[in-house]
Design a protein around this ligand. Sequence first.
Ligand code: MN
Length: 227
Amino acid sequence: MYLFEPSARPALTIAGDERMFPIRQVYCIGRNYADHAAEMGFEATPESPFYFLKPAECVTQKAVVPFAVGTQKLQHEVELVVALKSGGRGLTPEQAQAAIAGYAVGLDLTRRDLQIKNRDQGRPWEIGKVFDDAAPCSALHLVEDTGYLTEGSIELLINGETRQQGDLNQMIHDPAALICYLSTLQTLHAGDLIFTGTPAGVSDLQPGDRLTAKCAGVGEMSVTLSD
Ligand code: MN
């Protein structure tokens, strides 16, 4: 018995399938495209990836989400999202690939001013990355339909104008490598999502903007930021 009714588990719809994908942990990879690392003032290096988490409750499929509070510099990061159907520790590249349930395209919305201020003060990043509806996401496309995605266009348009454009083959660490790495540090589980990083072109958002994220193999997803 619970003190009160537990909230529903966050979940993604699945394209062409009536079942839902229950979300467990959401890993977000930083600086996984060299051109985005450069625009943030860093040189990309092939060292171990770094990452942070967003709560599963941040993931949303709403067509309209409120413009984030507390920021003067809300920015978009379009990312390939990898969904796991199994997990484990110390996965081999073959086991990592076999763990992939499918893919979605998502937005790692970021309060850039708060992220950078706290980063520069040596404080955690959460305030810049974790807020209501901070991770809009498309339906999941199962790997049986998409195959394993390692190349193809990924882009973001605002009000129909292209702002970010890249290719999945520009990732410094591909999805299987990211899964392997994460599995060295904790046990991965079915339901985990991995936001795999963003190409260059991040820019400021305004209330009323309509964002369209597109990714090869996954199609597109749109979300509007209400005033
Ligand atoms: Mn990101």
